[in-house]
Design a protein around this ligand. Sequence first.
Ligand SMILES: [Zn+2]
Length: 394
Amino acid sequence: MFKISQFLFIFFPAICLANAEVDLLKRLVMIESGSKQIDKVNEVQAILKSELTRLGFTTKQIAPPDGIKTGDLLVSTLKGASQQTITFLVHADTVFEPSSGFSGFNISSDGSIAKGPGVIDDKGGMVVLIFGLQEYLKTGIPKYTLKVVSSPSEEIGSPGFEEQFQAFSKDSILVLGFEPSLDNKNIISSRKGNAWFQIDVEGRETHAGRAHKEGINACVELAEKITQISKLTNYQKNTTVNVGHIEGGQDKYNIVCGNASAKIDTRFETLEEQGLIKRKISEILKSPQVYSVNDHVPSKITFNISSESPPFAKGPHNRYLIKYIAAVEAAEGKSIGDEQSGGSADSNSFSRKDLPIIDGLGPSGGKMHTKDELIYLPSLQTRSRALTLFLKGL
Ligand SMILES: [Zn+2]
């Protein structure tokens, strides 16, 4: 049967979109929830909580650990026929603090585009998720248990919630992220991971002329090590190592360099490569090569990983990916694809071996993280319809 609402949507999308989805999006965007605006972030979480409670979810709020100043993590669960859990990811914060000067919610004159802080990233994603679930839940008790995880601080890496995310990951059979789709409307089937290494070398400062043999040259040691480490780049595997910064010694010619440090960025596509690169770098740094000639004391090398995000790969979940692409195509009547995204997101933190993850399932638009961030309003309906179709087809 051809419904009147479908007729209106095809011929008068602008009229049709003066509706519940846009109203909710506007309410969310008008709350200026930059990651540091704790009260505003919690206000967004409260709206999500009331929407999900209306759909039958039970919710709990988890405060960040002491010393971390963000809003609360919101975790909402709806028991399904099976204990097996599908986890949905959204976030309540935006990159726009009040100092950005970007605020408001403005719709273009033809009604097809809206602009505002977080309009696709990630408030549009929240709207897609809520309406997609609402339609799906009209069919009765869900087949799987559904869990919605909403971060208060995704844009700054969700600090303090890494262990929670790994615990939720262990309970999930599938993770679906509602970050915006890519600019060409494709969805995200993999994200690279990264690890940042801070390396410090301690040597011994001496007079370069009178006591050269007693010195331990930290600059030379660092140079030896970063030369070896940078050779770990492997373009075939899409693994890269970048020496981003080095410093060392005093601004003098005649003092043996007493300390040196480097910042190194590594990126990889698989959990195996992540493990491999970490093992190889610690192996290289384990044994110093520079000693003082006089007493054979070696340089002292220490390192730490200052930030780390695991990758998720496309491999094991083609079955779900193919279904989701088909659902988007059915909802939009156009073909779309999937690709890797360079950026990392909360979905990276859920990565574990053989867990299927798909991201970029939110609305389409563009210019995210800029003051021109925009959403194609019809995609609110088509992407939530795609979610409903996907869940019904499981
Ligand atoms: Zn986002």
